[in-house]
Design a binder for this molecule. Structure first.
Ligand code: FAD
Length: 424
């Protein structure tokens, strides 16, 4: 059948999940055609707008994604917001299969009083701001205060803390927090008591991390290190067993001036361990509060099932439940955790399941129009997609502007300017 000749597949989202799903489909099916729809004018999702600027080696995956985009069986269509400019049902009508890989664009709210005060930001917005995400370019966080509190201790929280501590001229380099120039760690040895015995049981990457922290907290620094710490103008620390209770306003009530933390203790053992409030609180003065307690996916379209509690599209190995021909991969499939390689593995699984279904005849038979039909819908709605070669023009412009100021690139932040540069 024609379907066997050219399966028309589309992927929604051009982050790691979208690109790795496309890569798997193109590699393991010799005729499949894959269109990638993206709401931004530029591709690569959190690789461009999340990964910290001092982790350039992580951004190398862009080279692999670019090779995928250059396949003559793959096309990138940016500037298309699925769910607004075209519905998921319209995509399902135009393609044999649709893969939703649109990530997690929202953040978990703290749900404590004072959260709305100026000076309180989600890590998501703060990361978007320092990474040039157009919707966050006006954020203008006031960084003139002495103390910033980051709520959460995950990878994103550490990225944010490191960026706050790093002098701009060092931002092109990779440095671990503990070795950051001009900073000293404040770690309470009491927080690490008893850890020595438990380190042996934990998996390797976490073990290395714990050993590093333990050494920084409990061992006396060497002479050179001690001298560096003594003269360090900036300090950072980790606080454990504290839970945010309220953002404290300044006397005039107009901005954040501190945070009230409930002191907690651990109860129970193993998986059942829970942090429970002791009743004590601690007030910490600060001018900036960054809540880094997780990203969150949004529902894309009323026709697609969504689990608001888990923040994912309900699925079995990437098959969206009760929606034949609809799949998902990446953070919207698993929830907003895991690094790029985790996302790669799960996207390959989705790609494999889709190809299995195709082979088993579970996808619609007969030819599908693919992009031709979607392009007609979009142009009737005044939506003009951009292509991968448009992105390459913007990329070249960013790199050339960067050369002028000694940076790898100077990101374009204004979508109107980007469209002008493309002659739109
Ligand atoms: P995303 O990367 O978010 O991609 C989703 C894409 O979908 C985006 O381009 C978005 O614009 C698009 N989209 C959303 N809605 C729509 C719509 N309606 N229509 C069309 N398109 C849409 N991992 C590492 O390995 N190393 C790191 O150093 C690292 N640093 C990180 C730092 C931060 C701050 C964060 C948040 C994550 C970091 N990660 C890192 C994790 C990594 O970024 C994720 O594992 C990965 O990006 C998830 O891929 P994804 O494709 O599911 O989501």
């Amino acid at each position: 059948s024609t379907q066997e000749q050219t399966p028309q597949i589309c992927v929604v989202g051009s982050g790691p999940a979208g690109f790795y799903t496309a890569q798997h489909l193109l590699k393991h099916h010799s005729r499949a055609h894959v269109d990638i729809y993206e709401k931004q004018l530029v591709p690569f999702g959190l690789v461009r707008f999340g990964v910290a600027p001092d982790h350039p080696e992580v951004k190398n995956v862009i080279n692999t994604f670019t090779r995928t985009a250059h396949s003559d069986r793959c096309a990138f269509h940016g500037n298309v917001v699925v769910g607004r400019d075209v519905t998921v049902q319209e995509l399902r009508d135009a393609y044999h299969a649709v893969v939703l890989s649109y990530g997690a664009e929202d953040h978990q709210a703290l749900e404590i009083p004072g959260e709305e005060l100026p000076g309180v930001f989600s890590a998501r917005a703060f990361v978007g701001w320092y990474n040039g995400l157009p919707e966050n370019r006006e954020l203008a966080p006031d960084l003139s205060c002495d103390t910033a509190v980051v709520l959460g201790q995950g990878n994103v929280a550490l990225d944010v803390a490191r960026i706050l501590l790093t002098p701009p001229e060092h931002l092109e380099e990779l440095r671990e927090m503990i070795q950051l120039p001009g900073t000293r760690p404040i770690l309470d040895p009491a927080d690490f008591l008893g850890l020595q015995d438990r380190i042996k049981e934990v998996p390797r990457p976490r073990k290395r991390l714990m050993e590093l922290l333990l050494r920084a907290a409990t061992e006396k620094p060497g002479v050179a290190e001690a001298a560096r710490w003594a003269s360090a103008p900036r300090a950072w620390g980790l606080r454990f067993l504290r839970s945010p209770q309220q953002v404290l306003p300044s006397p005039d009530g107009r901005r954040a001036a501190g945070i009230r933390l409930a002191v907690t203790r651990l109860e129970g053992v193993g998986e059942a361990t829970r942090a429970v409030a002791t009743g004590d609180v601690e007030d910490l003065p600060c001018g900036l509060v960054l809540s880094s307690i997780g990203y969150k996916s949004r529902p894309i379209d009323p026709s697609v099932p969504f689990d608001p509690k888990l923040g994912v599209i309900p699925n079995m190995e990437g098959r969206v439940v009760d929606m034949p021909g609809l799949y998902c991969s990446g953070w919207v499939k698993r929830g907003p955790t895991g690094v790029i390689t985790t996302t790669m593995t799960d996207s390959f699984v989705t790609g494999q399941i889709l190809l299995q279904d195709l082979k088993a005849g579970l996808l619609p038979s007969g030819p599908r129009p693919g992009y031709a039909a979607v392009r007609a819908l979009l142009s009737s709605r005044g939506v003009w997609p951009v292509s991968f070669s448009d992105w390459e023009k913007l990329d070249a412009e960013e790199v050339s502007r960067g050369q002028g100021v000694g940076k790898p690139r100077e990101k374009l932040l204004d979508p109107q300017e980007m469209l002008r540069l493309l002659g739109r």
